[in-house]
Design a protein around this ligand. Structure first.
Ligand code: ATP
Length: 454
């Protein structure tokens, strides 16, 4: 594809194996239920992963809801009335083309085959050629709801959060007295029975989405589409992802869903090539019209000034928490030579880092521990702080660098004399002596200086 963008190899310093191993070793992400051998493409987020994920959600919510007057939140049910999926088109058309290797019977997405095996042979048993003709495979995960296990209880785990916003459009609009344009935002789990799952948490069957449906006057939709493309790309810069790792890619006309008049993906230059991080779509009035037709309810907006009922058009920025998580780790990963050693450091923005300040007493003993604990209590009221007094100070710095902690505070024997501690900066490794009385301000100042848009 020649779209005028840089097609050079990814500049990411880590490959997916390095990140998967760091994520496991340092408590970010574990293979799910590993004591039972794991479960295909299912992952459990560990203590640091939970914090990082929360920071992603919080930054998104702040930018999409808290800082605006025109967007409100929603949490809809994961398993809802199956009629939702009929109306939305997912029951009939949420399909991927599935092919099977004639030799080993492994199954693949036909549209991914060229990437997985450029010579056209089977990725599972290289050298053999030949696949069945593609079959349409529905990606909705289903379950049976209620005590009777027959088809009458068939229901679906939502494959996207978006439909919650459409079916609640009127309730949100009237209870919040919203006027056009306005948006409804939601963060939550979605499920897709993906044919192939790979690249760690890039593509899984259970994942989390952050979506916002922005309802506007039909004649303003192109302008809002442009607005949200810029706004969303800027957000990735604001959480510290380097601009050279990101690009906007407009879908070709043949890629577009039939109802969409424009879709642009924000893509990341992953180690295996460019891949989608977020999609921004101009969905027209398709969803509201479908739900109005199927439910028999009116899903319009009454414009008092114009004295007419309007079916708003919708701009949808739809992002995935897990893909952003993976992108942040890949983008922040760095290795540098320090003397004879190689230092691994995650250069995460303080907005995103799971720990902002680590308190590291030089050693664990009766003299240092009480003072270090006091310092910890002061800091935890203001920052995400972690206390660590196990192992040598060198190893503890190394660990904090690897989990992306911007500042380490060392309490040493001099602290007993001068009531001061040392602040070590993750990126420069510079050390600064600061009185405990001024520690909070010094940390704030340092963290601010490290919060740079890239
Ligand atoms: P893809 O083409 O990669 O399958 P999509 O275009 O189907 O993605 P959307 O329906 O636009 O994805 O969903 C919005 C976002 O949700 C995606 O940009 C991605 O970040 C996330 N997402 C979608 N499917 C998955 C998945 N299986 N695992 C993890 N994240 C996902």
């Amino acid at each position: 594809m020649d779209d005028g963008f840089d097609q050079s190899p990814s500049m990411m310093k880590a490959d997916i194996e390095t990140i998967t191993s760091l994520a496991k070793r340092r408590g970010f992400v574990f293979p799910s239920a590993e004591i039972y051998g794991g479960f295909a493409a299912a992952y459990d987020y560990g203590p640091l992963g939970v914090e990082l994920k929360r920071n992603i959600r919080e930054q998104w919510w702040k930018s999409m809801v808290d800082e605006r007057d025109d967007v409100v939140g929603l949490e809809a049910a994961i398993i809802s009335n199956p009629a939702v999926w009929k109306a939305a088109g997912h029951l009939d058309a949420f399909n991927d083309p599935l092919v099977e290797c004639l030799d080993c019977q492994a199954r693949f997405r036909e549209d991914h085959l060229a990437d997985e095996s450029p010579d056209g042979s089977c990725p599972s048993c290289p050298g053999t050629q030949g696949f069945t003709t593609p079959k349409q495979f529905n990606m909705m995960l289903s379950t049976i709801v209620g005590p009777v296990s027959d088809e009458s209880g068939r229901a679906y785990m939502r494959p996207e959060t978006a439909q919650g916003m459409f079916v609640n459009f009127s309730q949100v609009q009237s209870t919040m007295r919203k006027r056009l344009p306005f948006g409804i935002a939601q963060i939550g789990k979605s499920f897709r029975n993906e044919i192939t799952v790979k690249q760690f948490i890039f593509r899984t069957r259970e994942f989390e989405q952050m979506e916002m449906e922005f309802f506007c006057y039909p004649e303003d939709s192109d302008e809002w589409y442009e607005y949200w493309k810029t706004k969303r790309l800027d957000w990735y810069h604001s959480i510290g992802i380097r601009s050279e790792h990101l690009r906007l890619r407009a879908h070709d006309p043949e890629e577009l869903s039939h109802y969409s008049s424009g879709t642009t993906d924000i893509e990341v230059h992953f180690p295996w090539g460019w891949g989608e991080l977020e999609g921004i779509a101009n969905r027209g009035n398709y969803d509201l019209t479908q739900h109005a037709d199927h439910s028999g309810q009116k899903l319009t907006y009454f414009d008092q000034d114009r004295n007419e009922h309007i079916v708003p058009h919708v701009i949808e920025p739809a992002a995935g928490v897990d893909r952003i998580f993976l992108t942040l780790l890949l983008d922040a990963y760095d290795e540098e030579k320090v003397g004879e050693d190689t230092r691994t450091v995650l250069r995460l923005s303080p907005k995103i880092a799971p720990v902002n300040v680590a308190v590291l007493p030089l050693s664990r003993n009766e003299k240092l521990t009480p003072t270090a604990r006091n310092v910890m209590d002061v800091l935890r009221s203001q920052f995400k702080a972690q206390y660590d007094d196990a192992q040598s100070i060198g190893r503890r710095y190394r660990r904090q660098d690897e989990i992306g902690t911007p500042l380490c505070i060392t309490v040493d024997f001099e602290t007993m004399e001068d009531d001061a501690v040392t602040i070590r900066n993750r990126d420069t490794m510079a050390q600064e002596r600061v009185p405990i009385s001024g520690l909070i301000d010094a940390c704030k100042h340092n963290l601010e200086a490290m919060t740079v848009e890239k």
